[in-house]
Design a binder for this molecule. Structure first.
Ligand code: HEC
Ligand code: HEC
Length: 221
């Protein structure tokens, strides 16, 4: 009996070791993939944000990744890096249909390692609140009617693309974005993006409304 239990404990211990080793090894490997592909030439991976002018912002072609682990879902990064698709419909800081070929496309192995590395880059500003992705009716009304979010962000409505084009698309945001990050971003956008084109909603929306919006965006397919 004792031996069996000891075996069981040993088995569990080695299972948990096996479980944790590949992910931390992936971080170091992913950093190598990142360096080898010169990803930092287009992406900021060191926070906090230092950009003060639009020129600073334009110095990097791609969006900041220094808080990628707080913003994205791991599965999304892995998939996207192997097959990059436009997220931002306008030319600035984006892959559009015209420059679709611009982004490095990684092998599945490199994509998985780079995703582990990016998921290790977190911002203390994003608290793990566990805001659920949910089709919040309040969030929906705020997004579509009470505020102008829909005028700048696209989404799928009954299978069709709809909404504005000046901000990143929220099509499949449920696979891409962590609702806790969306909330932190709405609450204190300057931390993540000091030079912004999007209006600042702190003082306009209550914290509860921001949470409803984060839930709603996190549920979009
Ligand atoms: C030539 C510049 C350039 C290089 C080099 C580059 N990127 Fe990008 N990256 C971009 C642009 C531009 C976007 C924005 C795409 C969009 O929103 O349509 C982007 C977007 C991303 C995104 C985020 C997608 C999202 O949903 O917001 C990730 C993650 C990313 N790149 C990782 C990488 C990695 C890893 C490498 C190196 C293997 C890399 N990038 C190299 C320009 C670049
Ligand atoms: C005037 C256009 C505009 C309006 C209105 C607007 N946004 Fe944005 N939004 C943007 C732009 C542009 C960005 C990209 C970051 C930047 O440059 O500020 C962005 C970025 C975002 C992001 C980060 C997305 C990402 O993947 O990085 C979220 C989340 C977001 N907006 C939510 C909202 C919500 C919620 C509302 C309504 C309360 C809203 N936005 C209203 C233009 C807008």
């Amino acid at each position: 009996m004792m031996t069996f239990r000891r075996l069981l404990v040993a088995g569990l211990l080695s299972a948990s070791v096996l479980w944790s080793v590949p992910s931390s090894a992936g971080v170091a490997e992913g950093k190598k993939v990142f360096d080898a592909n010169k990803c930092a030439g287009c992406h900021q991976v060191e926070g906090p944000a230092k950009e003060k002018t639009i020129k600073d912002q334009m110095a990097k072609k791609g969006p900041e990744l220094w808080y990628a682990g707080s913003k994205f879902k791991a599965g999304f990064l892995e998939k996207w890096l192997a097959a990059p698709q436009p997220v931002r419909p306008l030319a600035y800081n984006s892959l559009t249909e015209k420059n679709r070929g611009d982004h490095p496309r990684l092998s599945p192995k490199d994509a998985s390692e780079a995703a582990s590395y990016l998921m290790s880059l977190k911002s203390a500003e994003v608290k793990p609140l566990g805001i659920p992705a949910a089709e919040s009716p309040k969030g929906r009304i705020l997004f579509l009617k009470k505020q102008s979010c829909y005028g700048c962000h696209s989404m799928r409505v009954r299978g069709k693309m709809a909404g504005g084009l000046s901000g990143p698309s929220f099509v499949a945001a449920s696979e891409r974005l962590n609702p806790d990050w969306v909330y932190a971003y709405l609450k204190n956008p300057k931390v993540f993006k000091p030079v912004k084109m999007m209006p600042v909603y702190s003082g306009i929306l209550s914290e509860a409304e921001m949470k409803e919006l984060a839930s709603y965006i996190g549920s979009l397919n």
